[in-house]
Design a protein around this ligand. Structure first.
Ligand code: SME
Length: 158
């Protein structure tokens, strides 16, 4: 398998459409979850030049840092804390246009300006973690990101 991804298009929709089948091929070729999470982070980080892309997985009733790409980040997030902990508690996708306006936002980096957090489910529909993507510009994420990132998560088997 070729290890380099080809991202085509200029709009985010075109980029997601070009990236999705490549991520699918990448993760179908590997059964190890952590290896696949690591590659998904790299594909999204370098495909879109996001500031930070990473997974947090539920362990001991906390979100614990898992594979990511970007600067070092906080390792543990309690239920209901920050954007990630709130997305987990409320079982919903959160799109935050300006993180400074989100009560309780956990500022791992002052460069992070907006973010999207999607809950991750296992086969029994239990939340097992979140995908967190941060941008260094405001208002980066919208329904297009939500739709395509949901499709990315559906390729992974938790
Ligand atoms: N922004 C997150 C914390 C994780 S870091 O951004 C990587 C939050 O408030 O949940």
């Amino acid at each position: 398998m070729a290890e380099d991804l080809q991202i085509q298009g200029t709009t985010k929709e075109e980029k997601y459409k070009s990236l999705l089948p490549q991520i699918k091929a990448l993760v179908e070729a590997e059964s190890d979850l952590i290896a696949n999470l690591a590659n998904v982070c790299a594909a999204l980080k370098f495909g879109f030049d996001f500031f930070w892309v990473g997974f947090y997985l539920v362990k001991d009733n906390q979100l614990v840092l898992a594979p990511f790409q970007g600067p070092v980040a906080c390792t543990r997030i309690p239920l209901g804390k920050g954007v990630c902990g709130t997305a987990w508690k409320n079982n919903e996708v959160l799109i935050v246009d300006d993180v400074d306006l989100f009560p309780g936002h956990i500022a791992c980096s002052s460069l992070s300006k907006s973010e999207i957090v999607l809950p991750i489910y296992d086969a029994n529909k239990h939340i097992v973690g979140v995908l967190d993507i941060d941008s260094d510009t405001y208002k980066t994420f919208d329904e297009t990101d939500k739709m395509y990132l949901t499709q990315v998560l559906e390729l992974l088997h938790f």
